[in-house]
Design a protein around this ligand. Sequence first.
Ligand SMILES: [Fe+2]
Length: 404
Amino acid sequence: MRTSWSVNSTEEIRFGAGAVQELPDLCRKFDAENIVIVTDQGIVNAGILEKVEAVMAEFKVFVYDKALPEPPVESAVECLEAAKSEMHPDLIIGLGGGSSIDLAKVVALLLEHGGAPEDYYGEHQVPGPVAPLIAIPTTAGTGSEVTSVTVLTDKKKQIKTGISANELRPKAALLDPELTLKLPAYVTACSGIDALSHAVEALTAKESSYIEAEGKLLFQGANPISDALALQAIKHIVPNLALAVHQGSNLEARKEMMLGSLLAGQAFSNAGTAAAHALAYPIGGRTSSPHGELTGLLLPYVVDFNRPAAKGKIAEAERAVNPQSALIDDDEAALLFVERLFELLEDIGLPVTLEEIGLDEAALPDVAEQALNVARLVRNNPRKPDVKSFTALLERAYRGREYA
Ligand SMILES: [Fe+2]
């Protein structure tokens, strides 16, 4: 039995509409003069980089605007070399969705410790603190501004890979919901439902003492602090996601989503995610669906699958958004939450079956097997899956909620 757990977090969080104005103050705290901003073309085209650069007049700034989804590791080397040819960088800023922030994490790592990205693949391979890093998210979903993980592509080895270590958590996160006002509805839906799956999977994760693994873990299973963060995240996301999707200019809804995503990031980067994320990886390799579309689609089926083992936690989630469910028992409340997830997916216009996203039905047993290999996530799942039960879950997700 594991006898202790820990909670790690980004040290400083600044949150609020217009908070981007506080960026210079934050940079001064790090005594920074030469700053690298890592971002992407979408952020440039949306005018967000311009907004950020406008407040940075007192600093020397180098902009790398070529971040790509699941960034190729070569981009980190390219960014750092280009920046170093013009300055001695002393602070990195990741501005954008998860990809820009993930890339900025690797740039901060290489700036401090040198070497090549592949020297650090896997968990706990980072030898010490990385260069100062500020994350400014422009979507509400990944939680990357507070997490210890990066998702990368190694083109040479033709693999999807990652670097995960507590040292990669940004030193500071600056969250300004005004930066998300122009996010398209589909991106809002995918990123928002991913944030909800982070919260729900962290809440229902197996309790940390029962995680079947030895040694130091990044994803440690649920503890009382991750539970509190995850429940709060659910409270903020559930009533606001559809509003943010259908009424993108609603600043209050955007603020709630950004807060929910932040809380969910803090919860899952300690407790871990589970079956919905484990299943999403092999499906992601077979379809073109974005990560959030997959975790969102799988979530109600996974929560339903987990009901026998985690009905109390699932009922808590329902009670967090529906006070009247305090009067019904856990079984009924947990069922209501599953129904709520299906309705939410339909409301925000995302697919609810694996058939809709073009997955080959014959691939389901292979998907189940590959998902079971994602040990760091599967061991967090409250109900222990096997190939048979995962395949049955996938068959239901393929045919729809009515199929049992
Ligand atoms: Fe996710």
